[in-house]
Design a protein around this ligand. Sequence first.
Ligand SMILES: NC(=O)c1ccc[n+]([C@@H]2O[C@H](COP(=O)([O-])OP(=O)(O)OC[C@H]3O[C@@H](n4cnc5c(N)ncnc54)[C@H](O)[C@@H]3O)[C@@H](O)[C@H]2O)c1
Length: 399
Amino acid sequence: MILEKNNYDKNALQNKIVLITGGGGGIGIEASRAFAYMGAHVIIAEVDDERGKQAQKLINEENLNGTADFFQIDITDEKQIDKLYEYIMDKYTGLDVLINNAAVVPMGAIDAVSISDWDLSYAVNLRAPVLLTKKFLPSMRDIGGIIVFVPSAAPTPYMSAYEIFKTAQVELCNTLCEEIDGTDIITYSIAPGFVKTDTAVKAVEIVAASLGITTEDFYKSLEELITDAEIAGVGYAVSVVKAKQYNGKEIMAYQVLMESGLISGDKEKPNSTQRQVDYDKLSFLFKSIADVFFDQYENWQKKKLFQKQFILSDFKKQMGLPAESFKIQIEALQGQIHNKEWSNFLDSNEMFIKWRCFYEHQIKLLQGYEKNAAQLASDTKLLNSWIETLQEIISELSQ
Ligand SMILES: NC(=O)c1ccc[n+]([C@@H]2O[C@H](COP(=O)([O-])OP(=O)(O)OC[C@H]3O[C@@H](n4cnc5c(N)ncnc54)[C@H](O)[C@@H]3O)[C@@H](O)[C@H]2O)c1
């Protein structure tokens, strides 16, 4: 267990009451274990009786600091949510943390997914988090609490019946965050990264076939996001410990673990010493473009709500990960370069290509809304200079 190996504080969430939906599943069970390790009492709210019982048994047999409880529930049913609420209030007297982890994952073209699957996706992936939030929020107003949403990547072809409601969860989180400002309630969204759970593997088979590519090629395109269930689950639990710092943000599980020093972010990479690379030049170019991004990131944080939301979701759509996570990735690369560790950087060409495409996309957006010709010209010039810097890096890495 990552937490044990790192001697992580076993009392970090001592006696906290944590409700996790879909906690009998791939990532959910790992998250439940991590919560129990930290001393929490985890309530696994799961529709699959077998899975739920097994998860509860496994965790309790591990003799972790906390406990696991199983409540069989179909979260699409409001009456069952009422019963869950009563159960938690009677047995535990309150709820500290709600993790909206359960999901159904219908894949395929918009017209290929049946309307009953669209309805089910809405019911599990969006309506249930709304119902649970509505139910537990009032009690949290008195004692404080944490409400966590679990998004995915971004709406992409053949995944829309799933991703659209997952994206809506992020917007639900963002608006909730504004509404609970000034209370002791915290909310944020945490994406686990890509984990090869049974559900995810089945989903990839359908999407890859729809795209006309092999599953191997599909996995290759996701390489940077692939992680394992334990990292994702531990990410949920550690994010709760550090919840204050994530309030209102959209983050990723590996980012939480990196920020907590539980993983280094250095994956095994092929030896790159044979490459003829001008490291001084790369270092200079990277610093200048990283500074550009950090400035942009700061400015985005200061924007008004609607503008900020638009920019951040557009960034995520173009780059495939939240701006916050990208910032962490850039900072990690900076740290590695500082220590003369270049292997991750040398294998980041795809990231730089996406980054360049993002600025190209920004030029197109600018042409759509900037009416002042002089401003348009100067902003376009600036964006082009960033594109040039990125292109220089890309060319150097492509050698
Ligand atoms: N696996 C990935 O690569 C990945 C990527 C991005 C986001 N996510 C998100 O992470 C979370 C966990 O994913 P996973 O791969 O472990 O999924 P999973 O399918 O293994 O687990 C989901 C669990 O939710 C339960 N569930 C489904 N409908 C329910 C209902 N009506 N009531 C109660 N429980 C219900 C299922 O029985 C299952 O145990 C999901 O929210 C998913 O969207 C996963």
